[in-house]
Design a protein around this ligand. Structure first.
Ligand SMILES: Cc1cc2nc3c(=O)[nH]c(=O)nc-3n(C[C@H](O)[C@H](O)[C@H](O)COP(=O)(O)O)c2cc1C
Length: 249
């Protein structure tokens, strides 16, 4: 199955249940090539990907991260911010390396590159009728254990994992903020932002009430603030420092 760009982008949704089916080799090749052709800052390609097919490793990751998609999807791609490769190349050429990953912008650059690479993979996979689900908990739940398990050297940290497989569900599309709340004209903001946000919040609660699986009364603002509250306990600064990032500036 090959979907056109519009259908691929507008019908995409995160898939959390997968068939026990492998991914055709040609689809995997396409996903890898799409990842390769991701635009990157300076063409520095400050990212790498670990393609995880080993089922026992996938099960270990599912256990540590608490996300079953690791186990049930056919393949997991771990998207990494990577300043190790330039360090290796600079050393091999005897060149001085300023250690850009020590700066906030270096951290941003690697994170953006890895994120764009993940989006390339999401689009490629969905265009072949496969399902995908990003797994950000792979970054936050147990960063030291994950770095050790995947053998991440200094200069490398896991930004996000992506489960890919044959979908076993087609969940309802989640309502998103309307275009005028997301895309402003020439200048930040839109009139009646609070009213529009509350309108979206009500639409989202309706979606939660009426969705085909796991219906609930939860509102959007409450749900998101709940995630942020949980996120306040993450220890990403320490994790990044341990991987050689964000020491200064
Ligand atoms: C960076 C990132 C991290 C995510 N982490 C997780 C995760 O750990 N577990 C999960 O089930 N979904 C995760 N998601 C999926 C989001 O929950 C999902 O994209 C969002 O609810 C919107 O739904 P949709 O993708 O179906 O449009 C993540 C998405 C992104 C972009």
């Amino acid at each position: 199955m090959i979907k056109n760009v519009e259908e691929t982008l507008l019908n995409r949704r995160s898939i959390r249940r997968y068939e026990r089916e492998s991914i055709p080799e040609d689809d995997l090749r396409f996903i890898r090539e799409a990842i390769r052709n991701t635009p990157t800052s300076y063409n520095g390609q400050q990212f790498s990907v670990i393609e995880i097919s080993d089922q026992s490793l996938k099960e270990q990751l599912a256990e540590i991260v608490g996300q079953k998609q690791f186990k049930t999807s056919a393949r997991v791609f771990a998207f990494l911010s990577d300043f190790n490769k330039i360090a290796v190349a600079a050393k091999a050429k005897g060149l001085d390396n300023p250690g850009f990953e020590n700066t906030v912008d270096g951290l941003i650059v690697g994170t953006v590159d890895a994120s764009l690479a993940m989006m390339s993979a999401i689009v490629a996979a969905n265009s072949r009728g496969l399902g995908t689900c990003p797994i950000g908990y792979a970054r936050t739940v147990a960063p030291a254990r994950i770095s050790e398990l995947l053998g991440l050297p200094k200069g490398v940290y896991l930004v996000c994992a992506l489960a890919v497989g044959v979908p076993r569900e087609i969940p309802d599309l989640k309502p998103k903020q309307p275009v005028d709340l997301l895309i402003f004209n020439n200048k930040y903001g839109t009139e009646d932002m609070a009213d529009k946000l509350l309108e979206y919040d009500r639409a989202f609660t309706d979606y939660h009430r009426n969705r085909s699986s796991n219906p609930s009364d939860e509102d959007w603002v409450g749900e998101i603030l709940g995630y942020y509250r949980e996120g306040m306990n993450y220890t990403m600064r320490d994790a990044l420092k341990a991987q050689g990032y964000a020491q200064e500036r």
